[in-house]
Design a binder for this molecule. Structure first.
Ligand code: ADP
Length: 561
């Protein structure tokens, strides 16, 4: 009845534990894994990462354009401030414009248009270049004609612009290569705008290509490379009318390599006709996105496996703890039972003797023997429990002394010989004669042997045989205790050395025991630097082999020899 109830409670506890584990741990963990996986999947499907990088690129390009424009305007304004007055005579104007060119080598041409006509000056040392000369003549003619007709209305238009300035882009030629330049057209602040006075300054295309643009691009690349996750940026400027496939860069930063820009932006103010391009060095954003998603999937996979592993481990540990708790409660009832039986017997026989009703000497002797035997059993059990509690508390101490091990084993067996034979056991004792002295804790070794012998007696049914062997093999001292009893199933063989563990065999259930004996034997063996193994076949019998090293901590033999 009680057993049934405790089994039911155990099952209920287990169910509750599994439910808690399921609801409180498994479910959230599964949900977390699922949500993360689907989020990653969505990121991959919607190309979220790529879009974010593209937005970032757009912003970088917009900032670059703004900086370039701002600088171009400022430079042009500074030049404008030094422009000669339209009221000066032509020579004076030429002199002043030439001085401006000399002071600002980044200019190709400067000009001033007023009521007296156009004064158009170019860098004198560049005039040796055929292209510059041709450009000088062509542009002087073009501006002269244009402003001659529309100078006034154009000046009006310029005046209405935010900084009274318009940039006018143009393709140019220098040496053998094509170039780009822009000319700032402006009105002079100190001159009334209805006079139709227009000034102009043309950026030198080589200056733009070699100094001006690269300066901005390099600065932007440097600024933005730190926060792009280790991927170096590359930027360029190219003619905007090129088809995407045939981009011919005008200016690139180091590491642009081949290929088209990931994101582009056309200049729409100062340098119309040119475009800015940006990409990562040596990789594309799509590739980057793919790598990132793959890496994230991998990390998530590993983390998920770790979570699952952790859960399995937790379940395992919790089940083990629960098993141990059950074993402990079984232990308490086993031990109480084991204490009660010898005590009851001792009391019964002592009372009978006390009453003085036993007349024959033999009977008396028998009763005394029973009382002694039962008190010995009690002592052994209590010793086991005390030892066990010392071990559990980490207070068990061993006293190693040089010992004649053959004698120790023989004497220990001697005190059991009568009991063994009484129970109808065939007893074989086989002790090698040439054994050297070893350093052991005598009491502990005797207790280990007694536990093994007791088990052999307890767990034998039909064939009653006990064999004890002590011999030396390959520098190891071996103590074997064999029986032909019920044996131990394979799956139990590793567990029987754990504290409180008893097998599920019906005979074991009906035999008194605490499940402590073998755990003590193992502890004692290990304290001596040795090991204990079991060989057993269910129904055929078991053999426990205790090995102690002859060399090393526990032995004095080799040191002496
Ligand atoms: P106890 O004998 O008090 O139950 P032990 O720690 O000595 O505890 O043994 C643990 C278990 O190992 C026993 O309950 C029994 O199931 C099994 N066992 C030990 N020795 C033998 C043996 N010689 N033959 C069969 N089973 C054994």
């Amino acid at each position: 009845m009680n057993l049934k109830k405790s089994k039911f409670l155990g099952g209920f506890n287990r169910f509750r534990l599994m439910l808690t584990l399921g609801l409180a741990v498994l479910l959230p963990a599964a949900a977390l894994i699922y949500v993360n996986f689907s989020q990653l999947h969505a990121i991959e499907r919607d190309k979220v990462l790529e879009a974010a990088i593209h937005r970032d690129f757009q912003q970088t390009l917009a900032i670059t354009e703004k900086k370039i424009n701002k600088k171009a305007y400022t430079m042009a304004e500074e030049v404008r401030d030094t422009f000669p007055s339209p009221d000066a005579d032509e020579k004076e104007k030429e002199k002043k414009l030439d001085a401006i060119l000399a002071q600002n080598p980044w200019l190709s041409h400067v000009f001033l248009f007023d009521e007296q006509g156009l004064v158009f000056r170019s860098q004198p040392q560049q005039m040796n270049d055929k292209d510059v000369r041709e450009e000088h003549e062509r542009w002087a003619e073009m501006y002269g004609g244009w402003f001659g007709m529309e100078g006034k209305s154009y000046a009006e238009e310029l005046h209405n612009k935010p900084r009274s300035m318009i940039f006018y882009p143009a393709k140019t030629k220098r040496g053998s290569s094509d170039g780009w330049t822009a000319t700032a057209h402006f009105t002079l602040p100190q001159v009334s705008n209805d006079r139709g006075v227009v000034g102009g300054a043309t950026f030198d295309p080589c200056f733009l290509k070699q100094t001006f643009f690269p300066g901005f691009l390099d600065e932007m690349v440097k600024q933005n490379s730190n926060d792009s996750g280790g991927n170096q940026l590359a930027m360029m400027i190219y003619p905007a009318d090129a088809e995407m496939g045939k981009v011919k860069p005008l200016v690139t930063t180091a590491g642009w390599g081949e290929g088209k820009p990931e994101v582009m932006r056309k200049f729409d103010d100062g340098f119309r006709g040119l475009a800015l391009g940006i990409k990562y060095q040596g990789t594309s954003v799509a590739e980057l996105g793919r790598t990132w998603v793959h890496r994230s999937f991998l990390i998530l996979g590993i983390l998920s496996l770790m979570i699952i592993g952790g859960l399995v481990l937790t379940k395992h540990i919790v089940s083990k703890e629960m098993g141990l708790a059950r074993l402990k409660s079984d232990f308490v009832s086993n031990v109480s039972h084991e204490l009660r039986t010898p005590l009851a017997l001792i009391r019964l026989y002592a009372e009978t003797l006390e009453l003085g009703r036993i007349s024959t000497r033999e009977k008396k002797q028998q009763y005394y023997r029973i009382i002694r035997k039962e008190s010995e059993r009690l002592t052994a059990l209590i010793n086991n429990i005390l030892d066990f509690s010392r071990i559990e508390a980490g207070r068990k101490e061993y006293e190693f002394r040089e010992t004649n091990i053959a004698e120790l084993v023989h004497n220990t067996l001697d005190s059991y010989r009568y009991q063994i034979e009484q129970q109808g056991f065939a007893f074989e004792e086989n002790i090698a004669s040439d054994l050297p002295p070893v350093r052991v804790d005598r009491e502990a070794i005797a207790r280990a042997l007694v536990n093994l012998v007791n088990n052999a007696l307890k767990y034998s049914t039909d064939e009653k045989f006990l064999g004890v062997k002590l011999y030396r093999e390959n520098g190891v001292l071996k103590l074997e205790v064999a029986d032909r009893g019920i044996g131990i199933a394979r799956r139990d063989q590793s567990k029987i050395f754990e504290k409180f563990y008893r097998t599920g065999d019906p005979l074991v259930h009906n035999t008194k025991g605490s499940g402590l004996g073998l755990s003590l034997v193992r502890h004692i063996t290990q304290a001596h630097g040795g090991e204990i193994v079991v060989e057993s076949t269910p129904g055929k019998g078991s053999k426990f082999i205790l090995s102690l090293p002859l060399k090393g901590a526990g032995s004095v033999l080799e040191a002496r020899a």
